[in-house]
Design a protein around this ligand. Sequence first.
Ligand code: UDP
Length: 253
Amino acid sequence: MAPRRKKIYEGKAKVLYEGPEPGTLVQYFKDDATAFNAQKKATIEGKGVLNNRLSEYFMTGLTNIGVPNHFIRRLNMREQLIRQVEIVPLEVIVRNFAAGSISKRLGLDEGTPLPRPIVEYSYKNDALGDPLVPEEYIIAFGWANQQDLDDIVSLALRVNDFLSGVFYGVGIKLIDFKIEIGRVWDGDFMRLIVADEISPDSCRLWDIKTNQKLDKDVFRRDLGSLTDAYSEVARRLGVLPTNATNIKPTLIN
Ligand code: UDP
């Protein structure tokens, strides 16, 4: 496919293209899935379409409750227009229940409720495998200052309350999730906003009744069809494309 726009950046699951106006980008959702720092890779038909829709749904909801984020509008099945930001090089992780790395690190059974939501940070660096970093490192190396971190925690907890409630409403428990934060400038004034994506690629989602996993752990741990899991999340939220019974890439733009 001939590129229509200048490619700015290509990551594991998304591509960023130059946007139609200054300060905007087009975010394209690929079908590629990676896990374990890209040691495990696959193409999962339809994943990009689902994540584009789901990220639109969550970001729009955040806008509606006053949580600033990069989403402007969806352009088509795989692309959305977003605000260009300067990404803070951190993965901001919020946990409500133990799973994944915290379970391993602290010997907690997956699903154990945490005493309160825990916010932690990984340094975004693929070569190092995104290591967990304390606030001390973040401030010392200048990735963010204390004021930024206060704002980031406040954003992360608002996103957590919003997502937890939305998922609870459709019988899904939000175990944990990752967000990324971007800086935008209004003149000399810098603000932090939610960026990147919010989708089952970056959340752990368990069915409340059965604990069935409806997130990327299905791929990480070979638990079945990832498309089925993400479609189920989209179906429950009512965000599956109404006019598309089939999300195969050949049928979409
Ligand atoms: N996560 C992510 N990208 C990463 C690392 C983690 O989206 O590079 C998400 C992951 O899907 C989970 C949460 O952040 O919802 C916490 O992940 P954890 O630290 O437990 O790491 P993992 O066990 O996935 O290595």
